[in-house]
Design a protein around this ligand. Structure first.
Ligand SMILES: CC(C)(COP(=O)(O)OP(=O)(O)OC[C@H]1O[C@@H](n2cnc3c(N)ncnc32)[C@H](O)[C@@H]1OP(=O)(O)O)[C@@H](O)C(=O)NCCC(=O)NCCS
Length: 426
């Protein structure tokens, strides 16, 4: 279990999760599970977490992949694995391997989920896993002179049939095979299937579990995601999904224990959320933001809520700042400073423009600072505050003493200002 999970007691976890449980109830989430994950020891735990999500009232469609399972079958039979432009050419041998792999993986998933959804002693109100011919397909055909044979594109996702199952609180399980009205079967890309299903169902979220670590910022806009195109193999597909009116895609490291639960039910999340809506974003500040930052913090400095900073100081420290930009205007900011103790980061200058308060923006800034601090290897956040200690206390900070400060902060501590010293364990 990751360190930041260990630091929470289960009681704290439930308290923190409760608003998210309400928020996600009756929402449709499409969860995509690559074939690589099916091979791992942690696969069973992921399915158990998916069962929890469904039992908390969220409507779950689970899409699985089969790429390594198809490859392994072809290799063991001495048959060729053929790709062109990263797309499999599904010849007769590959189609047979795809059908077998789908059957095998589907049965494995059904088996584990059925058990997880209906533990001994659970009510007789059974939740089930439902699979079926929900997807029709057509051939990719010949591209650049290459015949892709039984590789398919999605023709239609049966929105009504899937929704009927979701309304009964069943998990709908989709395998990457589609059927044509003429009785042909086509091998599909699971990412494409997840995206087009989300689109057809107007799902609230797509959650992609990544078989490789996700080293990306906590939030990205569609525009920003382009800069990370080469850093994760799923980014191009995510960008495609967002262009096709899927609102939010979360990319999560599948190997982190509980990654789905942490992303959905904790403030800090764990993965990277990429949103189509660039209207309002939290991002790292640049020198162009100095004017906007000053407009937000000046009234608070004048009122004594924040310590005064000169324009030059902000300019020098701009790389420490994150801002909320809304419609090209800066409406909030926060800074994360190093201290003499490399494990402790100092959160400072947290401010949200008065017109935009009480809509979780302060919270989002805090979450982003937590993510950056963790990525820098810090295990505690420090804050010095005169008027906002209650806000921080409600978000997991606890009061400490001036003597607990790292040396450089202790020496500079302003006894006249008499700020409260607070820490949060990450
Ligand atoms: C603190 C601040 C950043 C919160 O921003 P925000 O976007 O309103 O934050 P959130 O929406 O996540 O949280 C709002 C909640 O915090 C509460 N809150 C706001 N300021 C608070 C304070 N000083 N003490 C306790 N609770 C406070 C609000 O009443 C609201 O509660 P509600 O949802 O029950 O109504 C913002 O109020 C601000 O800019 N304050 C002035 C600057 C400041 O004090 N910064 C801290 C520097 S140490």
């Amino acid at each position: 279990m990751p360190q930041h999970m260990l630091n929470r007691t289960s009681v704290e976890f439930f308290r923190e999760a409760s608003p998210y449980i309400h928020k996600h109830r009756d929402k449709i989430f499409v969860i995509a599970l690559p074939g690589e994950v099916v091979e791992q020891d942690y696969f069973r735990r992921i399915l158990q977490d998916i069962a929890i999500i469904a039992s908390l009232g969220t409507r779950v469609v689970l899409v699985h992949g089969t790429r390594p399972q198809i490859d392994n079958r072809l290799i063991s039979r001495g048959q060729a694995i053929r790709f062109h432009n990263s797309l499999r050419i599904t010849d007769d041998a590959a189609l047979l391997a795809a059908q077998e792999a789908c059957g095998f993986v589907r049965i494995q998933i059904e088996n584990i989920l059925t058990q997880a959804l209906n533990p001994p002693g659970a009510s007789s109100n059974r939740q089930n896993v439902i699979s079926g011919n929900f997807v029709s397909a057509r051939p990719v055909g010949v591209l650049d002179g290459v015949d892709y044979r039984h590789t398919g594109l999605i023709r239609r996702v049966s929105h009504n049939s899937i929704c009927r199952q979701l309304e009964q609180h069943h998990i709908v399980l989709l395998s990457p095979l589609g059927y044509s009205p003429t009785g042909e079967a086509y091998n599909l890309r699971y990412e494409q299937l997840a995206i087009e299903t989300a689109q057809a169902l107007q799902a609230d979220k797509v959650l992609l579990l990544s078989p490789i670590p996700v080293q990306l910022p906590a939030e990205l806009t569609l525009e920003e995601a382009g800069q990370f195109r080469d850093q994760h193999e799923l980014i191009p597909q995510i960008m495609e999904a967002l262009q096709h009116k899927v609102g939010r895609v979360h990319l999560l490291d599948a190997s982190v224990d509980g990654s789905l639960l942490m992303e959905l039910y904790t403030r800090d999340g764990i993965g990277c959320m990429i949103a189509a809506d660039a209207f309002e974003v939290v991002r790292l500040a640049t020198v162009d933001d100095i004017k906007g930052i000053m407009e937000v913090i000046r009234p608070l400095e004048d009122a004594g809520t924040l310590v005064k900073r000169s324009r030059e100081q902000i300019e020098l420290e701009i790389s420490k700042f994150q801002v909320i930009e809304r419609d090209k205007q800066i409406i909030g900011c926060v800074a994360l400073y190093d201290t003499a103790d490399p494990k402790i980061g100092e959160l400072a200058c947290l401010a949200v423009h008065p017109h935009y308060r009480a809509a979780n923006r302060g919270e989002r800034l805090l979450q982003n600072v937590v993510k950056v601090a963790r990525a820098q290897g810090k295990d505690q956040l420090l804050i010095l505050t005169t008027q906002t200690n209650e806000w921080f206390r409600e978000r997991g900070f606890f009061e400490a003493h001036v003597d607990d400060l790292p040396a450089n902060k202790r020496q500079l501590y302003n006894y006249k200002r008499n700020s409260k010293v607070m820490f949060k364990k990450l």
